[in-house]
Design a protein around this ligand. Structure first.
Ligand code: GLY
Length: 404
């Protein structure tokens, strides 16, 4: 083909413009936030606070407004595994033997949960956060046995007629067979067990549970219900509710982030494209609706916004979920989008506005547990610290891997 002069100029112009275009560089560039500085402070604080705690039979859960010290709960509380879990992350980063000993000390009493009749789906939070991290870091065979037993115990709540786990047996009177979005996080224990000597049924249960959640609890508006109610005999989906959110059809912040992280894990473990698509859909919707400082209000639809409380715990879960998601998507721009979004939450949580510093024994301020119940509003909560530590450690490992 003859290239005419005007055409040649056009080709040269387009080539120069595309080479100089800043757009591609900006959208794939990764944020280089110095996570080690925040990790050093956080790990030291966890170590110092833990030294002051006398018993490992009770577990930090929250701190009352204006108080300095943790309130404790017993092993049956759904939050029991988060404190030992945070200590395992602190040990993972520091290699400090005394932190490891403390993590092991707080992990041990949780064993009973694996061998007690299941009365909720939280077994995953309790046992995978403590024993799961402990096993990942130590390879201790006793930890593995407890994890396998815990997975079998959780699986007893599965109803094959519905295809999902009964999340809250105690709430059958209100919600019938109920499956809640939080339960997505506890599938990781089942996937892990199926790969590590447990029954293959555990994989099928986890996958089916994710499918039912995706079909009925993920809504058309790209938010999620907190609770899905099902007929326990026919499996028919009856309706969606909220329990901890503002309204049935509102977007409860932490619920959305359980979905983001939970579906990312479900995709990682199964390779089912629909789970990845769901994780992306929930994530994009969450990102698009965030307030300016990137830390969500407890519910995106509370009419009191901007005077509603924040939920730092949701930001921590979102950061972990999006770091995970950034490793799962293939497209470089999407990778950078989710990675940078996660880093922006970690950065904001690392400012004086959210870090507790000397204020109290927790790492983070400003989480909201159960607003409609008037409980744990705008206070430090242990799972915020757990997911913050996880996010910091994950980010550090990703940064170190990128330097190699
Ligand atoms: N899983 C209970 C909560 O997110 O508050």
């Amino acid at each position: 083909m003859m290239i005419t002069r005007p055409l040649m100029f056009l080709v040269i112009f387009v080539t120069i413009m595309s080479c100089n275009s800043p757009k591609k560089e900006v959208t794939t560039k990764l944020d280089t936030f110095n996570v080690k500085a925040v990790l050093d402070v956080s790990v030291l604080k966890e170590k110092q606070v833990t030294k002051t705690l006398v018993s490992a039979d009770s577990f930090p859960r929250n701190i009352d407004k204006g108080n300095k010290n943790w309130n404790f709960v017993d092993v049956k509380d759904w939050c029991s595994g988060f404190f030992p879990g945070a200590l395992w992350f602190a040990y993972e980063y520091s290699g400090d033997e005394s932190t490891k000993d403390q993590a092991a000390k707080f992990t041990l009493p949780i064993k009973t949960i694996a061998y007690t009749k299941a009365d909720n789906h939280d077994i995953g939070f309790m046992v995978y956060g403590s024993y799961g991290n402990g096993y990942r870091l130590t390879g201790n065979k006793e930890y593995k046995e407890v994890l396998l037993a815990a997975a079998d115990t959780l699986a007893t709540l599965y109803n094959p007629k519905v295809g999902s786990i009964l999340s809250w047996p105690s709430q059958m009177h209100k919600f019938k067979h109920n499956t809640i979005i939080d339960n997505m996080m506890n599938l990781e224990l089942l996937f892990w067990a199926a790969k590590n000597g447990g029954s293959q049924d555990l994989y099928d249960i986890a996958k089916s549970h994710a499918e039912i959640t995706m079909k009925h609890i993920v809504r058309k508006d790209s938010a999620v219900y907190h609770v899905g109610s099902f007929d326990e005999n026919t499996g028919e989906f009856l309706r969606g509710y909220t329990h901890q959110g503002y309204a049935d059809e509102s977007m409860w912040a932490r619920g959305q982030t359980w979905g983001i992280y939970g579906f990312s894990i479900a995709y990682r473990e199964t390779g089912e494209q629909a789970f990845l698509d769901t994780a992306i859909k929930l994530t994009d919707h969450y990102i698009n609706r965030l307030p300016e400082d990137k830390i969500p209000y407890w519910d995106f639809d509370d009419p009191k916004i901007p005077n509603a409380p924040k939920d730092a715990s949701a930001a921590g879960v979102a950061a972990c979920g999006m770091l995970e998601l950034s490793t799962l998507v293939k497209d470089e721009k999407l990778k950078a989008k989710y990675y940078n979004a996660a880093v922006s939450y970690i950065k904001e949580l690392s400012t004086d506005k959210y870090l507790s510093g000397d204020t109290n024994q927790a790492l983070l301020l400003h989480s909201t547990g159960h607003y409609p119940n008037n409980s744990e509003i705008d206070v430090p909560i242990v799972y915020a610290d757990y997911y913050f530590m996880e996010a910091l450690v994950r980010l550090n490992k990703m940064q170190e891997a990128a330097l190699k």
